[in-house]
Design a protein around this ligand. Structure first.
Ligand code: ADP
Length: 234
């Protein structure tokens, strides 16, 4: 489903943001992507959406390869991915339901299917009662729910979440985490970047750790991961 093979990514002037990263993710997995700020997490997610190409190595996502994908195929890939960000990125002048409907309109969903689908998505994220609220009328946690509903609009096989709880308090963080687990349980794979150590400890799921662009951990032994992370900091 997703394979990253010997991928390095250099930026002019900076040097290497990723160095020889290799991992695979199977259909239906929930995986955390951890690492300090600047470790390369966002860069890796940009390579998975093919917003950026690797300098060397290959990214394969849903049958598309970074080596051979054509520019006109990139929208086809994007349609199969859902992406959410720390800062929500909702359209401020559209209501919750209009934000979600927009994602269906741009992919050419027949008009008659849009309203029922939006209603289903809003109830899936627990926001049916706030359909007509504008983003500024919603809490951070509610805005992230709308963003998640929008990301799910085109039934992605993989949801990429870049620090989705970075702007939220503990309670909203936990609720968003539970929502992502529920989405995963319904069959969507989830790759979630975070530096919330308490969350990854509680979850005990597979983690990938980047450190200065290198993949230094891939596994489910979260105790060892956290000890490694503390060792590196100290
Ligand atoms: P993280 O998401 O883990 O905080 P990033 O992937 O954003 O890390 O950044 C990894 C490194 O790449 C950082 O040193 C950052 O400054 C650099 N970087 C990220 N994007 C760009 C860019 N477009 N141009 C130049 N350098 C970049």
């Amino acid at each position: 489903m997703l394979r990253v093979a010997n991928v390095s990514k250099g930026y002019p002037r900076l040097g290497m943001a990723l160095r020889d990263v290799t991992f695979e993710m199977q259909k239906g997995e929930f995986v955390f992507l951890v690492g300090h700020s600047g470790a390369g997490k966002s860069t890796l997610l940009k390579l998975l959406t093919m917003a950026e190409r690797p300098t060397t190595g290959e990214v394969r996502v849903s049958g598309f390869s970074s080596v051979s994908i054509r520019p006109r195929e990139i929208p086809q890939l994007r349609r199969r991915l859902g992406v959410v960000f720390q800062d929500f990125r909702l359209l401020p002048d559209r209501t919750a339901e209009q934000n979600i409907a927009f994602a269906l309109e741009v992919t050419g969903t027949p008009g008659a299917q849009i309203a029922p689908k939006v209603a289903r998505l809003l109830s899936q994220v627990g926001l049916a009662a706030r359909a007509t609220a504008y983003p500024h009328e919603l809490s951070g946690g509610e805005q992230q729910r709308v963003a998640i509903a929008r990301a799910l609009a085109n039934d992605p096989f993989l949801l990429l979440a870049d620090e989705p709880t970075g702007n939220l308090d503990d309670r909203a963080t936990h609720a968003i985490y539970l929502l992502l687990r529920e989405i995963n349980a319904r069959g969507t794979s989830v790759l979630m970047a975070t530096h919330d150590v308490a969350m990854i400890q509680r979850a005990g799921m597979r983690c990938l750790e980047l450190d200065h662009g290198q993949l230094v951990f891939d596994g489910t032994d979260v105790g060892r991961l956290v000890a490694n992370m503390r060792g590196r900091r100290g």
